[in-house]
Structure formats: structure tokens, C-alpha cells
Write a protein that binds this ligand. Structure first.
Ligand code: SF4
Length: 326
């Protein structure tokens, strides 16, 4: 133990949304979007959070940012418990966390120049004005591989990759400790994806920033993550160091996601595991192991008992009845 607090630490995080129906808006059930998630991210580290659409990854992001209220659990930012802080007390902590979304076009105001967009957080927080703000924005443009001359261009004048660079520059403006990328490269061409991932890695080397990098595809997180957590129906089902997870996946869901990842060397073919069916509704998760409706190894016990996330070897956690400590 170094004694240094992780940049972000969530423990037992739950985000349940009530479902209301009828004239009196009676609560008829809950959507269990996030249902007991725990992880931490150290300074300069990237955690990849992976799972199919609807598994709760984006709700984890929104809950950490306190854009939605957690139902239970704690969120700590650099050791400070921010779970229940009011708006005013939360403000200085909010600056430490920024988010980049999947679609850079819709997250940029089309009527503002790129320079004004990137400089806006500095203006809102009263951190720089006039020539000083202009100089800081120009430096941010250079940092993300854009020309300061492009500060006067509008979002529609940029390519998709350049627009995501503008979003990254805006996220960096307040020098946050954590950037959450919610599918930040999913809308981009594969060659541009690599450029943005390389940019994010370079920025991490320069600034020791931490990332929570969310994707539905394991291939995307492979090149940026130090550790990877796999989510299914609101829960983490496997969590390990990146290489360990890619070389020795333990959960049947991770195996299936991994079998869809292309292998560059054709001699190293992976056995294809087709995932049948869709993710079940988070309003009515299956009993026992939520994956049992799609798991090729499901047994009676899986329908009855929920497997706990257990450490099967140092740093490798799995929630599956078939996997025990080595
Ligand atoms: Fe499959 Fe059972 Fe393991 Fe769930 S607990 S992943 S259903 S084998």
C-alpha cells in the first residue's frame, strides 16, 4: 500500500430507477441498472468497462458524475466521499471529473466556434479571461493535435475525429483528475479510433490523468486499458488486469465477448462463441446467475443461486459457480 487514495473508488454502487404507471404514477417496479458495482482507479490508470448495450455501463458513468442519484453505495473522489454532497459542495469535485460522449457532433454546440467551446469551462468556472483564456485554449488545441488556427472554425467544419479532439480539449480545460469516456470512439472509423486512443494514451503519459473507458466491444478497450471490468445486467461479472483477462478469460460472458475480437495472426484462431438472444430486461433480471438464460454451461444451481464476485487468483475476480480459487 502506498497510502495514496485512488482517484475514484466506488463501493457497492446501486442505481435503481422506479417504474411508475397509471394516473397516480404508482411505482410498479424498478429498473436495476447498476446493482452493486465496486472498483477503483489509480492515478494514471485506465479501467475499461465493457458490456453489451443495456448492461448499465453508462449509468455507472452518470452516477459517478452525480448526474443521477445513487440508490446505495459510495463514490469517493481522491478520498472524498461525494455520494451525498449537495450541489454547492459538489461543484469543486465536479471539476475533477469530465466526460466525453460517443457522438462528438451532438455534444458540441453548432453555433459556437471550437475555441469558444473549449474555453467555455474556463469561463464558467472563472479561471481565465481575455488573452489568458485565448492562450490556454490555443495550448489545449495543440495538446490534442489541432492547430490553434482552427479555434475560429465551427463544429461542422471538422471531421469526426477532429470533433472528438475538440471534445477532449474541452474535457482537459479544467485539468481534471478523471475523464470518463462513454463509448468515445464507437462512432468513428477504425483508423480514426486508433488515433484518438493513441492521443488519450499520450495525454495520460503527460498528465497522469485517469480514465474510465466505456465500450461495448473488448477490442476497443484492449489498447488503452490497464485493467478491464466486464458488466452484465448491472453487475461486474469479471475484473482483471488487461493481459490476464485477454489471455485467460474465466467468465463465459467474457469468453463470448472475446471470441468476437479479431486476432491479427490467423494461426491463432479463437473459438467462436455466439451469444444468443438479447440482454434480459433490467426490470426483471433472471433469477440466480443473470447470465443463465444465455450461458452454454448453465446448471440447475445457476438458476437458483447468484454467484458472488470472488478473487480466484490475485487481482482476478469472477462471478461464476464454475470458477473457484486456483
Ligand atoms: Fe454460466 Fe452458471 Fe457461471 Fe452463470 S454461474 S456464468 S450460468 S456457469
Amino acid at each position: 500500500m502506498t497510502g495514496v487514495s485512488p482517484v475514484v473508488e466506488v463501493a457497492g454502487l446501486k442505481t435503481h430507477f422506479p417504474v411508475r404507471r397509471g394516473l397516480l404514477r404508482r411505482t410498479v417496479g424498478h429498473v436495476y441498472s447498476v446493482d452493486g458495482v465496486s472498483f477503483s482507479i489509480a492515478e494514471g490508470e485506465t479501467l475499461g468497462l465493457v458490456g453489451e448495450s443495456g448492461c448499465g455501463k453508462s449509468t455507472v458513468a452518470r452516477t459517478i458524475l452525480r448526474l443521477v442519484e445513487p440508490t446505495a453505495g459510495t463514490i469517493r473522489l481522491s478520498g472524498h466521499d461525494i455520494t451525498r454532497l449537495g450541489k454547492k459542495a459538489l461543484r469543486p469535485h465536479r471539476r475533477q471529473m469530465q466526460i466525453i460522449f460517443q457522438d462528438p457532433f451532438s455534444s458540441l454546440n453548432p453555433r459556437m466556434t471550437a475555441g469558444d467551446i473549449v474555453g467555455e469551462p474556463l469561463k464558467v468556472h472563472g479561471l481565465a479571461r481575455g488573452a489568458e483564456r485565448e492562450a490556454r485554449v490555443a495550448a489545449l488545441f495543440e495538446q490534442v493535435g489541432l492547430r490553434p488556427g482552427q479555434m475560429r472554425s465551427y463544429p461542422h467544419e471538422f471531421s469526426g475525429g477532429q470533433r472528438q479532439r475538440v471534445c477532449i480539449a474541452r474535457a482537459l480545460a479544467l485539468r481534471p483528475k478523471l475523464i470518463i469516456g462513454d463509448e468515445p470512439v464507437s462512432a468513428l472509423d477504425v483508423s480514426i479510433q486508433a488515433q484518438i486512443i493513441n492521443l488519450m494514451k499520450d495525454l495520460q503519459r503527460e498528465t497522469r490523468i485517469s480514465y474510465l473507458f466505456i465500450a461495448h466491444d473488448l477490442a476497443v478497450v484492449e489498447h488503452i486499458s490497464h485493467r478491464v471490468a466486464v458488466m452484465y445486467l448491472g453487475k461486474i461479472v469479471e475484473h482483471a488486469a488487461k493481459d490476464d483477462l485477454f489471455l485467460h478469460p474465466q467468465h463465459p460472458y467474457t469468453e463470448a465477448l472475446l471470441s468476437a475480437v479479431p486476432v491479427p495472426d490467423p494461426r491463432l484462431k479463437r473459438e467462436k462463441r455466439i451469444l444468443h438472444g438479447d440482454v434480459p430486461s433490467p426490470m426483471r433480471p433472471p433469477s440466480g446467475c443473470a447470465f443463465h438464460t444465455r450461458c452454454p454451461y448453465a446448471q440447475d444451481r445457476c438458476r437458483r443461486e447468484t454467484p458472488q464476485l470472488r478473487e480466484i487468483r490475485p487481482g482476478h475476480l469472477v462471478a461464476c459457480h464454475l470458477r473457484g480459487p486456483a
